[in-house]
Write a protein of this length. Structure first.
Length: 265
């Protein structure tokens, strides 16, 4: 049986759980508490040296990187295919997924930490606070994470991250003018990949940019109406995260609106 190391609030973990659900694949889960440093534990780092989730074990052998895991699952379990029929549309699908890996996921990390996740860290004791950063092996990532937590929406990377999402939503709107889903007329791994990110924008109070585009709003609604959505996405959302989102949404909505109404920078 496949084994998945994952986390409930992780967008990358969510992608993989959706594929497993869409294909009705049995799997055994290992839930990691990221705030407690489970992903930096020595035993886990042997499986995934990057210290992130998800990791899929296949016959005891690890596969890392969520995009690669999703494509592996679609190739290894060809029933209920999640690739379009034509090679051209498969290329379009991969271009959408490439955007996530190139910069959209990084923008997600920035806005999530600046709006909501920072509050999980600011309430820690000084010792636990410093211990969290000490467990982040990459010094560049460590410093960026520290500044985002401490500066919040005043961090200089916050505005560009918001504008990156505005461009993404505009590009989605253009694509959906021609096809029912992002890459083709059929639901594909591209739609799987962005489901968690559309969900995160709503949680963060950033969904006005989605609602302003009727085609994107309709597509996002259809993603949430899929039979697999509840079990792969909603059932894994930690209540403590939902509580933080609820407290921070309105301030974020106002700040994001000001950024998008102002000059590009």
């Amino acid at each position: 049986m496949l084994e998945l190391y994952h986390n409930g609030s992780s967008t990358c973990s969510t992608k993989v759980r959706i594929v497993l659900a869409e294909k009705n694949i049995e799997w055994k889960g290992h839930f990691l508490n990221l705030r407690a440093g489970d992903a930096q534990a020595p035993a886990y780092l042997k499986l995934n040296p990057n210290g992130v989730v998800p990791t899929l074990l296949v016959d005891g052998q690890p596969i890392i990187e969520s995009t690669i895991i999703c494509e592996y699952l679609d190739d290894a379990y060809p029933h209920n295919p999640l690739k379009p029929a034509s090679a051209f549309d498969i290329a379009r699908m991969r271009l959408w997924m490439r955007q996530l890996d190139d910069n959209v996921h990084a923008a997600t990390s920035t806005v999530s930490s600046a709006i909501a996740f920072r509050h999980q860290h600011l309430c820690k004791s000084p010792e636990d606070y410093e211990a969290y950063f000490a467990r982040i092996p990459d010094p560049v990532r460590r410093e960026k994470k520290r500044r985002t937590i401490e500066e919040g929406m005043d961090h200089p990377a916050f505005g560009p991250a918001v504008r990156r999402f505005a461009k993404l939503i505009a590009d989605m709107d253009s694509a959906l003018a021609h096809t029912s889903f992002l890459a083709a007329e059929t639901y594909s791994l591209a739609d799987v990949a962005y489901t968690a990110y559309m969900n995160r924008l709503e949680h963060l109070g950033m969904n006005d940019m989605i609602n302003a585009r009727p085609r994107v709003a309709d597509w996002a609604k259809r993603l949430c109406e899929r039979p697999t959505y509840q079990g792969a996405v909603k059932d894994w959302e930690p209540p403590e995260y939902l509580a933080i989102y609820a407290r921070t949404q309105e301030e974020a909505r106002v700040r994001v609106g000001r950024i998008l109404a102002g000059p590009a920078g």
